[in-house]
Design a protein around this ligand. Structure first.
Ligand SMILES: Nc1ncnc2c1ncn2[C@@H]1O[C@H](COP(=O)(O)OP(=O)(O)O)[C@@H](O)[C@H]1O
Ligand SMILES: [Mg+2]
Length: 386
């Protein structure tokens, strides 16, 4: 593997290798229009021109001064997340910011000031893709800022943050089975929409930190920085520089740079496995043979008796066993090493629909905080606070 740039969290990296570079001859005319290396717009007028010609969603162009007001000067305690190419802050658009704007809570993603080539490219990919695509399972982009070296994105605020923060938190209550299935269903619908769009899109960075939740645990995909136009015509794949995240990227993509919608299906399988087991796709704190989740868990998914031993112990056995088996088999098929043997996202949506448990998902309640105390014998006790 070539260059890897750490994205903030241990063991989560953006895979970057020059094994296969993106070459313009591999691209369709529409792809060239969306993201052409040589003609990549970098000043505000060019960005606005490109955006207007392709966008269906109206986006607001914010000034950097307005963003300072929205985020109270990028207050540290407004920070929602970070890593990668910058930080994400919570912010408030109030009525007096600008005439005609509705008051709304937002998330403001600030790309690092160095305005690196890759940073600008990812920022632009989000402006273009989220400017064109709109679906209940994709985060809504409200606007952007492209002023001097500043590259910022302004999204709708997702009150419960990322699936990563919820699933692996030591301070939040464990996500119940019904919510895990709701998350998988919503995320699958988001990916199916991308793959079936008029100009299909490969998301390329599907992982728990890029899946966001609102108060009712409605699921939306965010972070379209690595999204890519899918193959068109008789092409079966797109050849790209390898970009993604270790632990989630499909094996054939890492080895050859051949990117297809089935690469997203593999990553979906990894996330489904994380939802089932409560374990991270890569976890250096585990014994050596359990560090890579797929290596450890996939052989056990088809073994009905052993399967229950790998289901998240924090669920405390509170799940319908038949559904667990079905979800495990689905993950097994998504993680097939042969991309052609993996199901389509549409089939995955259909398989997850019967596993939904309506009415069991809490509505509009405030996130519940638990206080964790380590006891002398190492047992962790949680006290619920609302
Ligand atoms: N719209 C949003 N609402 C709430 N939290 C968000 C939102 N967007 C991002 N975040 C938080 O910020 C983190 C990083 O955002 P992301 O867009 O994935 O940026 P990066 O390019 O750094 O991965 C997310 O994992 C999430 O915790
Ligand atoms: Mg991300």
């Amino acid at each position: 593997m070539g260059n890897c740039c750490c994205r903030g969290q241990p063991s989560i990296y953006r895979v970057s290798s020059n094994a296969k570079s993106e070459s313009p001859k591999d691209k369709s005319p529409s792809q060239n229009a969306r993201m052409d290396h040589t003609k990549m717009p970098s000043n505000p007028e060019e960005v606005e021109d490109l955006r207007r010609s392709s966008a269906t969603n109206p986006l607001i162009a914010f000034s950097f001064d307005e963003l300072k007001i929205i985020t109270c000067n990028f207050r540290q305690d407004y920070m929602l997340g970070g890593g990668g190419f910058g930080n994400v802050y919570k912010g408030y658009i109030t009525e007096d910011l600008r005439e005609g704007l509705q008051p709304i809570t937002v998330a403001v993603k600030v790309h690092d000031g160095d305005n690196s080539y890759q940073g600008h490219r990812e920022w632009l990919a989000e402006v273009i893709f989220l400017g064109q695509l709109s679906h209940p399972n994709l985060v809504k982009l409200i606007g952007y800022c492209c002023e001097a070296e500043h590259r910022v994105l302004i999204y709708e605020y997702m009150a419960r943050g990322s699936v990563e923060n919820n699933l692996f938190s030591r301070v939040l209550l464990p996500l119940p089975w019904s919510i895990r299935m709701k998350i998988a269903f919503g995320a699958a619908k988001g990916l199916a929409f991308l793959h079936e769009a008029e100009k299909p899109v490969i998301y390329r960075d599907f992982k728990t930190s890029n899946i966001l939740l609102d108060l009712e645990y409605n699921t939306k995909l965010s972070d379209f920085g690595l999204a890519k136009d899918g193959p068109v015509g008789d092409k079966s794949h797109v050849s790209t520089r390898i970009m993604g995240t270790y632990g989630y990227a499909a094996p054939e993509y890492i080895m050859t740079g051949h990117l297809t919608p089935r690469s997203d299906v593999y990553s979906f399988g990894v996330v489904l496995l994380e939802l089932l087991t409560g374990r991270r796709s890569l976890d250096k704190s585990k014994p050596a043979r359990e560090q890579n989740l797929t290596d450890w868990a996939v052989p056990l998914l088809r073994e009905k008796k052993k399967l229950l031993n790998i289901i998240d112990p924090r669920l405390d056995g509170d799940y319908p066993i038949k559904s667990v088996h079905k979800a495990a088999m689905l993950a097994y098929h998504c993680l097939n090493r042969n991309p052609k043997a993996r199901p389509l996202m549409r089939d995955i949506v259909d398989s997850l629909e019967p596993l939904q448990i309506p009415g069991e998902v809490p509505t509009s309640e405030k996130p519940t905080l638990t206080v964790i105390t380590d006891t002398p014998n190492g047992v962790i006790k949680e006290k619920v606070q609302t």
